[in-house]
Design a protein around this ligand. Structure first.
Ligand SMILES: Cc1cc2nc3c(=O)[nH]c(=O)nc-3n(C[C@H](O)[C@H](O)[C@H](O)COP(=O)(O)O)c2cc1C
Ligand code: SF4
Length: 505
C-alpha cells in the first residue's frame, strides 16, 4: 500500500514532513508494510495536510488525525469519511482533460545533474549546437510557442528579430520575477527542474548569438534560488555553461540576479533597468529589447515556463508540440490554482481546456461553507469571470470573450466576498505597485483608489462613481506607458459588469 504526503513548500512549512515520518513510525509500530512517499506535486489544501491513500484524498491537521487515518484507512482499509477531502466534480462534464507533462516531465524525478542527464537532459542542447540558429528559429516558430509570461508573444518571432540584429554583444534574460499574485508555477519549475531551465536558456543564447545571460529571480525566492545556483554550478562543471560548450566553440556565461521585490520589476524593460542597477521603471517602447535592450544591446527576455519548453520542442519537434492545445495557442500551459480552492496546485493542461475543468476537476471546488461566485483568471491584472461562464475555453483567444489567460493564475472566489472589498483590494495593489513614471497610471490608480475607499467608508455603491472609475481606467488603458497601467481596466471593468448583472453583491 502506498501513502503519499504533500511535500510542496506550503505543506512542508505546515509540518507535512513530520506527518510523513509519523506514518513511517506507525507502519513500524503496527507491523504493516507501507510505502510512504513525499510528493511535491500532490497539491495542497486549506486547513490541513493533503494525504493520498491508494488514490483517496484526505486532509489531516495533526498526528492524532494521522493516527486515526492510518488505523482506519490503512489497517482496516476503510474510507475515512471524516477526513476525506470534499471532491466536487464538474457538473456537466463527463470527460476530464488529463494533464500533459511537457514542463512537468521531470518533476520529482532527479536530485542532481547526473539524474537529469540520465533522464535525457542536455541532449537538446547537444542537438541544437549542431543546428544552424536559423533552423532553431524555424522549429520554434513552427511549434507556435507563445510567451508564458502573460503577453503571449510568439517566441520564434522574438528570437528571429534578435538574431537578425547586428551587434558586438547580445544578451538573453530569463524572467523569473513571478510577481503576479496567485502565480507560483515558475517557482515550481525552478525547484523541480532547474537544469531544463538552464538548458532552455543556453539554447536561446546560442540561437540569437548571445554570450552572456541573466536569470532575474524575485528576491523572495531566495530559498529556491539556492537550488538554481547549485544546478548552475553543476552545469559549469560539466561544460554545459562556460567556454567552448561541448567543444562547439560557443561560449556562454550565465549569471543569477535577485530582484528587489516589486511587481513592476517583472515588466521586461523595468527588469532591464533593474539589472543595470537603476530603480525598476519601465522604458518607452519602441525600441524593443530585441533591438536595444540590456546596456543598449539586443536582448531577448523570456519567461521561465517559455524557456523550459524549448528543449522538449528541439528533441520532439514542432509537429509533436502542436498536437496539444489549439490552432492559435498550441501546447500546454501551467495553471496555478489558488484563492478559495480546495486544492491549491500547479497543473499542466493543453490550452483550450475549460475553466470548469480547472476549477472543479483540478481545484476540487470551493473550500468551506460558501459557493463559487467567480474566478479571477490571469492574476491581479486579469479578468473576473462569473460562474456562468465556466465553459469558456482558456487560451490566448479567450480574451475576445472577456477572459484573460495572463500568467495562468486561477483564483477561486466564494459568494461571501463583496464587490467593494474585492475592488479595493485590486486597486490598492496597483496603486502600491505603480512605478509612478507616467501620469495616467500614477494619478489614475490614486484617484480610483480614493473613489472606492469613499464607497467603502459609506458602505454603499454609488453608480455615478462607478462610471467615473470606468472613465479613468479606460484613459489609463490608452495612455499609460506600460502593461501595468494598461491592464487595470481588466479586473475593474469585469468586476463592475458582474455587479451590474447581480452576480456579486
Ligand atoms: C507589470 C508587469 C509585470 C510583469 N511581470 C512578469 C513576471 O513576473 N514574469 C514574466 O515572465 N513576465 C512578466 N511580465 C511580462 C514581461 O514584460 C514580458 O512580456 C515577458 O517576460 C516576456 O517573456 P515571454 O515572451 O516568454 O512571455 C510582466 C509584465 C507587466 C506589464
Ligand atoms: S504604467 Fe504605471 S507602472 Fe507603467 S510606467 Fe506608467 S506609472 Fe510606471
Amino acid at each position: 500500500m502506498k501513502i503519499k504526503v504533500a511535500a510542496d513548500p506550503k505543506s512542508v512549512l505546515e509540518g507535512s514532513l513530520e506527518i510523513a515520518n509519523y506514518f513511517g513510525y506507525l507502519s513500524g509500530v503496527h507491523h504493516v508494510q507501507v510505502d510512504v512517499e513525499r510528493d511535491a506535486n500532490l497539491g495542497n489544501c486549506v486547513g490541513g495536510i493533503l494525504v493520498d491513500i491508494n488514490g483517496e484524498k484526505y486532509k489531516v491537521r495533526d498526528k492524532k488525525e494521522a493516527a486515526m487515518l492510518f488505523v482506519q484507512g490503512v489497517i482496516l482499509r476503510k474510507k475515512v469519511k471524516d477526513l476525506a477531502v470534499k471532491k466536487v466534480l464538474p457538473p456537466e462534464e463527463s470527460r476530464i482533460t488529463p494533464e500533459v507533462l511537457i514542463v512537468k516531465r521531470n518533476f520529482g524525478k532527479y536530485r542532481d545533474i547526473d539524474g537529469y542527464i540520465f533522464l535525457g537532459g542536455y541532449e537538446a542542447l547537444k542537438k541544437a549546437l549542431k543546428m544552424k540558429p536559423e533552423e532553431i528559429v524555424e522549429e520554434v516558430k513552427n511549434s507556435g510557442l507563445r510567451g508564458r509570461g502573460g503577453a503571449g508573444f510568439p517566441t520564434g518571432l522574438k528570437w528571429e528579430s534578435a538574431l537578425k540584429e547586428k551587434a558586438s554583444e547580445k544578451f538573453v534574460v530569463c524572467n523569473a520575477d513571478e510577481g503576479e499574485p496567485g502565480t507560483f508555477k515558475d517557482r515550481m519549475i525552478i525547484e523541480e527542474d532547474p537544469h531544463a531551465l538552464i538548458e532552455g536558456i543556453a539554447i536561446s543564447a546560442y540561437t540569437v548569438g548571445a554570450n552572456k545571460g541573466y536569470i532575474y529571480i524575485r528576491g523572495e525566492y531566495s530559498d529556491v534560488a539556492e537550488n538554481l545556483k547549485r544546478a548552475m554550478e553543476e552545469a559549469y562543471d560539466r561544460g554545459f555553461l562556460g567556454e567552448d560548450i561541448l567543444g562547439s566553440g560557443f561560449d556562454f556565461e550565465l549569471v543569477l540576479r535577485f530582484g528587489g521585490g516589486s511587481y513592476i520589476a517583472g515588466e521586461e524593460t523595468a527588469l532591464l533597468e533593474s539589472i543595470e542597477g537603476r530603480a525598476a521603471r519601465s522604458r518607452f517602447k519602441p525600441p524593443y529589447p530585441t533591438q536595444k535592450g540590456l546596456f543598449g544591446k539586443p536582448t531577448v527576455v523570456n519567461n521561465v515556463e517559455t524557456l523550459v519548453k524549448v528543449p522538449w520542442i528541439i528533441l520532439n519537434g514542432a509537429e509533436e508540440y502542436r498536437k496539444y492545445g489549439t490552432e492559435s495557442s498550441p501546447g500546454t500551459k501551467l495553471f496555478s490554482i489558488c484563492g478559495k480552492a480546495n486544492k491549491k496546485v500547479v497543473v499542466e493542461l493543453p490550452l483550450g481546456v475549460t475553466l470548469r475543468e480547472i476549477v472543479y476537476a483540478y481545484g476540487e471546488g470551493i473550500y468551506g461553507e460558501g459557493e463559487l461566485a467567480m474566478v479571477q483568471t490571469g492574476g491581479k491584472a486579469g479578468t473576473f469571470v462569473s460562474k456562468e461562464k465556466l465553459d469558456v475555453k482558456l487560451d490566448f483567444d479567450a480574451i475576445k470573450e472577456g477572459v484573460s489567460l495572463g500568467s495562468g493564475a486561477i483564483t477561486l472566489i466564494d459568494d461571501k466576498s463583496r464587490f467593494l472589498d474585492i475592488a479595493l483590494n485590486v486597486i490598492e495593489f496597483f496603486e502600491h505597485e505603480s512605478c509612478g513614471k507616467c501620469v495616467p497610471c500614477r494619478e489614475g490608480t490614486f484617484l480610483v483608489r480614493k473613489i472606492i475607499s469613499k464607497m467603502v467608508e459609506e458602505g454603499k455603491v454609488d453608480c455615478d462613481a462607478l462610471q467615473e472609475i470606468e472613465r479613468i481606467v479606460l484613459i489609463m488603458k490608452d495612455s499609460s506607458l506600460c502593461g501595468l497601467g494598461q491592464s487595470v481596466h481588466n479586473p475593474i471593468i469585469s468586476l463592475i459588469r458582474m455587479l451590474e448583472r447581480g452576480e456579486v453583491a
